[in-house]
Design a protein around this ligand. Structure first.
Ligand code: IMP
Ligand code: MG
Length: 466
């Protein structure tokens, strides 16, 4: 009897548009070459959907974990577009061979299909397609490490190839490293398997699990960023626990014990790729920005001080207020502003993102509340801190989101206001400066991840507009 077919696929989330499932190891996402039932067939049998289920992205047969599936053609194209625009974040857990030379990094080796072995991919500087993986070490067990990996691009076997190429291959990977199972006896000193019994392997599958997925959910004009996690199977979890327990004495194990707890409880993990900040500017880019300064460093300092003074005059010293800082753009401004405040402020961060890499804010604003700020708003005096009032869509959306959570009061503090006809009228209670209707950069404001670090605000040099 085929036991696989009996097994139910774990559904992590569903609505009219999508399913988020936890794919077990050994099930092909589609058209299994060995003729076994593929995931879509299994799910179709399990759910009897009205419309055929459709793929949006893939996982290798030997990789377990989170997978998004569309329930209609419209949903398929919506989410495929989001993947293409890199609006979807995904985090993998991988057990790799260590010790690793760094605690984390960014790998950009171009990947192509191998000519010699059409089943395999490899790094090829000339023929490879741009590929980008960002990773961080969660635990160092000595000869093995547990890492979190985030893929910016989604090439076939990307994590497996990138890690193998950098000398940190998956602990078990039949194509790019070793197919040998991991045995506890290799890690636990003095371990003796029971007499006459062969030692069972600690884990004997590809040591890669797709753990977490962040996607916009709900109607397009009012989507919310949601993060889902897929619990790794028992063997994977047991392997991580035992490796943590029987690690080399000299190895640190988990750098943050909370990461182990998060995995055990299938809670959300922090993405290795923080934001697109900190991209180095070329000299030409820097010069171009210096030539278009709109607000100097000194003017910014003065403006921040003035705003702080007005805030200090308006808020009572002894009633704590909640500052909600909109990421990523307002971080820098808020940090400087908060230094000058004399009343008690609890600082919260909220990520409100529109499509990035474009100079026009899109119709889609998503709120990603990874700090559970939403639960901290009722009854509080909330001060929303943002970088710039442009169309007003973001602020309007955030203010609605906050107001439905019953704050005692809501005020807005915004550094810059563009001289444009705002699409949404927002009351700016504490406003800094007006700037001309141009796309502006610097002092936290970015264009496609660039220019945030500039200490002044400038108009975006012409040749960047696209
Ligand atoms: P909105 O158009 O008012 O919704 O602005 C949304 C967000 O887009 C702002 O909070 C900024 O983070 C970003 N933004 C708007 N205009 C600019 C700009 O000129 N430069 C950089 N970021 C901008
Ligand atoms: Mg912003």
């Amino acid at each position: 009897m085929n036991t696989m077919a009996k097994k139910r696929i774990e559904i992590l989330f569903e609505n009219d548009e999508i399913l988020v499932v936890n794919k077990p190891v050994g099930i092909s996402v589609t058209a299994d070459r060995g003729g076994a039932d593929d995931l879509l067939m299994l799910l179709t049998r399990q759910l009897s959907p009205a419309e055929p289920l459709r793929l949006v992205h893939r996982l290798d047969k030997e990789t377990s974990g989170i997978l998004l599936i569309a329930r209609s053609r419209t949903a398929q194209s919506r989410y495929s577009r989001l993947f293409a625009k890199r609006m979807i974040q995904k985090l993998y857990l991988a057990i790799v061979r260590g010790p690793l030379p760094y605690r984390g990094g960014s790998i950009k080796d171009p990947i192509a299909r191998s000519k010699r072995n059409p089943q395999a991919m490899h790094v090829h500087p000339r023929l490879g397609k741009p590929s980008h993986t960002v990773w961080k070490e969660l635990a160092d067990f000595g000869t093995l490490s547990l890492v979190a990996a985030q893929i910016v691009t989604g090439r076939t076997h990307q994590i497996r190839v990138h890690f193998a190429h950098r000398g940190m291959p998956l602990a078990i990977d039949p194509i790019y490293a070793s197919a040998e199972p991991l045995m506890l006896s290799a890690y636990k000193s003095g371990y003796r398997p029971k007499i006459d019994k062969e030692e069972p392997p600690l884990i004997d599958r590809l040591t890669l699990h797709a753990y977490q997925l962040t996607i916009p959910v709900g109607p397009q004009e009012d989507a919310e960023m949601r993060t889902f996690t897929a619990p790794p199977d028992k063997k994977f979890v047991a392997a991580v626990k035992l490796l943590a327990k029987y690690k080399d004495k000299s190895a640190p194990g988990f750098h943050d014990q909370n990461d182990l707890l998060r995995i055990l409880r299938s809670e959300q993990m922090e993405y290795p790729l923080k934001t697109e900040t900190g991209q180095r500017l070329s000299r030409r880019e820097k010069e171009a920005a210096y030539n278009r300064i709109l607000v100097s460093e000194e003017q910014l300092e003065q403006t921040v001080r003035d705003l702080a003074r007005r805030l200090n005059d308006s808020y009572p010293v002894n009633e704590p207020a909640t500052a909600v800082v909109l990421l990523e753009g307002a971080r820098r401004f808020a940090e400087d502003l908060l230094k000058h405040l004399v009343f008690t402020v609890e600082v919260r961060y909220l990520k409100a993102s529109s499509y990035y890499g474009s100079t026009e804010s899109s119709e889609l604003v998503c709120i990603e509340d990874s700090e559970k700020t939403g639960g901290q708003i009722a009854g509080r005096n909330v001060l929303v801190i943002d970088d710039i009032y442009d169309t007003g869509r973001t602020l309007a959306h955030v203010l609605d989101w906050i107001r439905t959570r019953q704050p005692k009061s809501v005020k807005t503090c915004v550094l810059l206001e563009k001289r444009v006809r705002h699409e949404k009228q927002i009351t700016i209670d504490f406003g800094g400066l007006e700037v001309d209707n141009a796309f502006v950069i610097g002092y936290g404001l970015d264009y496609d991840g660039k220019f945030r670090d500039l200490p002044f605000v400038a108009a975006l040099p012409d040749d960047f507009e696209n």
